[in-house]
Design a binder for this molecule. Structure first.
Ligand code: AMP
Ligand code: ZN
Length: 460
């Protein structure tokens, strides 16, 4: 089946073709673990999860690699700030290693709650210092670096195509360069290695240039290509990564190996709140745990994400989350009427593939799911087809179905007796007693509806 994806490299939708038959190398920029992930970050990971599952749905064997940034991500993208992990460790009076481990675990918990599949390989920046030094050495040997008093920098003026990926206006950037460029030669130059200098750091390593730590961009260039080769198939991240992080990753691999780094670059749009970007440093951030504490099912948030295309901004509101939670509950409720899964509907399966393979059109996929539920499709076919859709949607439909069925199959005798008594009461037109019994059934966690075929029981 043909899969079409929007490639930032060419600024158009392109048919995806893997480098090796039936296999895909996928790299997703992972979290910087100095704090909890916010729901904006998690939007990006859900989109990447849908991408991976779509590839698998189409029969590809995906090799998914994701990094953990536990060193080198500075507070200022222009390389003048400080290391986010070190600052957080100081503030929380914690060991930097412990701090990053703690937030890594928290991140993995969030992934689990949102049904985001773990990558095949997790790679921590601090476990790959030697690889990063080796890449910097190659870049140095090829003549793209210079040294300042605080580090080894990449000279972007040596690369005629630097910034092409992000459509950067280099001329104007240079003309409008800020005075606080430090010792950098060009505003777009960036650090490959930073010296510890006078500052007391918890995380530092020896290198051919002096004790210090690697820059954030070199980590992703070195680790992605170590595990996936050069070039590899797909590199993902949020749109904020286009202009600096991914531009610099591409520059580094070009300078080190004279090869393009990846074939497809795919970026997810932002989650915004009151029109502002949600950010860990912005102070406006909401975590998944906050949603859970307020009584939301984390998968209601996944539903909310799926309902907007990944290349559109998503404005977070509590009303929208309420609507998503209602939709999810309605969906779970509708599973009760279905029969044991049998065969998949070819028509719906093909329509689903058409929409999901068209640049991951999840809003249309959700609409198709509702359409299927309302359709005349046989009940056992509906069930199986829904479960198939859910391999990508990830809304726990099969689990919920089994749970509901087993609860209905194991109705306690007490409820059965209440139902029998209520049926008699209704026959005798004793509405007062009938209502009383309904309340008792309700309090025990079941809903009773009166239909033309008699009483119908469901789980609340
Ligand atoms: P970080 O942990 O800051 O390195 O970011 C992790 C991922 O979240 C990256 O892919 C970012 O591009 C992405 N990201 C950051 N802020 C947002 C946001 N408000 N909405 C969606 N994705 C975001
Ligand atoms: Zn990265």
């Amino acid at each position: 089946m043909k899969i079409v994806l929007y490639n930032t490299l060419t600024r158009q939708k392109e048919e995806f073709k893997s480098i090796e038959k039936n296999q895909v190398g996928l790299y997703t920029c992972g979290p910087t673990v100095y704090n909890y992930a916010h729901i904006g970050n998690l939007r990006t990971y859900v989109f990447e999860d849908v991408l991976r599952k779509t590839l698998e749905f189409n029969g590809y064997k995906v090799n998914h690699v994701e990094n953990i940034t536990d060193v080198g991500h500075l507070t200022d993208d222009a390389d003048l700030g400080e290391d986010k992990i070190e600052i957080a460790a100081k503030k929380e009076k914690k060991d930097a290693w412990e701090l990053s481990k703690f937030y890594t675990q928290a991140f993995r918990r969030d992934m689990k709650s949102l049904n985001i599949q773990e990558p095949h390989t997790w790679c921590r920046a601090t476990d790959h210092i030697a690889e990063q030094i080796a890449t910097i050495k190659k870049i140095e040997t090829n003549g793209y670096t210079y040294q300042t008093s605080d580090g080894i920098y990449f000279d972007t003026s040596k690369m005629p195509d630097y910034g092409k990926f992000a459509n950067l206006d280099i001329k104007n950037l240079r003309a409008g360069a800020r005075v606080d460029m430090g010792e950098k030669k060009n505003p777009t130059d960036f650090a490959l290695w930073k010296f510890s200098g006078e500052k007391k750091r918890q995380m530092e390593w020896d290198s051919p240039w002096g004790t210090g730590f690697p820059g954030w961009h070199i980590e992703c260039s070195s680790m992605s290509t170590k595990y996936l080769g050069i070039p590899f198939d797909i590199h993902c991240g949020g749109i904020d990564h286009i202009s600096v992080h991914h531009t610099n990753e591409i520059a580094q691999i070009w300078a080190a190996d004279k090869k393009p780094m990846a074939r497809f670059w795919i970026h997810g749009e932002f989650l915004v709140i009151d029109k502002n970007r949600m950010g860990k440093s912005e102070g406006n951030f909401i975590t998944l745990q906050t949603l859970i504490d307020k009584g939301y099912n984390p998968l209601a948030y996944r539903y909310l994400i799926l309902n907007t295309h990944y290349r559109q901004k998503l404005n977070f509101t509590w009303e929208a989350l309420d609507a998503a939670q209602n939709a999810l509950e309605k969906l779970y409720q509708s599973l009760i009427d279905l029969d044991s899964p049998a065969t998949v509907s070819d028509n719906y399966y093909n329509d689903f593939l058409d929409v999901i393979n068209d640049d991951l059109n999840t809003p249309k996929a959700l609409a198709l799911m509702w359409d299927l539920l309302k359709s005349e499709c046989p009940l056992e076919m509906k069930t199986k087809t829904l479960f198939k859709f859910d391999e990508i949607l990830g809304l726990n439909l099969e689990k919920e179905y089994q749970l509901t069925k087993s609860k209905l199959d194991n109705i306690p005798d007490k409820i059965k007796n209440l139902l029998t008594t209520r049926a008699t009461a209704r026959n005798q037109k004793n509405w007062g007693l009938s209502d009383k019994l309904r309340d008792q059934i309700d309090q025990a966690g079941y809903l009773v509806e009166d239909t033309a075929d008699g009483q119908k029981l469901s789980i609340k």
